[in-house]
Ligand binder design. Structure first.
Ligand SMILES: [Zn+2]
Length: 96
């Protein structure tokens, strides 16, 4: 499995407010509306909206994703756990 990076429109995490303008995907390709993401700053589960901006994934939406694709959901939860424990290798440096 290879991680691929791509640029996305700048968007702030609804939880920690950090702005992100890039995404890494493990399935290849670029993020598209409805794709799930993990914030590299606070490890919150997020989703790309129609404009490829980050929005909250509700509990019900996440439960539906888990029911539909349990392997993807487990991989995402493992990724989320690794970001919580170790941060992201690709975390951008703070620009403040
Ligand atoms: Zn965040």
């Amino acid at each position: 499995m290879e991680w691929r990076k791509s640029r996305v429109p700048p968007s702030s995490c609804p939880y920690c407010k950090e702005v992100m303008d890039g995404a890494s995907t493990m399935m290849g390709g670029v993020p598209k509306p409805g794709d799930i993401s993990v914030c590299i700053h606070c490890a919150s589960l997020l989703q790309f909206d129609q404009d490829i901006r980050l929005v909250i994934v509700t509990h019900d939406e996440w439960e539906a994703i888990k029911a539909e694709d349990p392997v993807f959901a487990k991989l995402t939860e493992l990724h989320q756990r690794s970001v919580k424990m170790f941060g992201s290798r690709n975390r951008p440096s703070k620009r403040r």
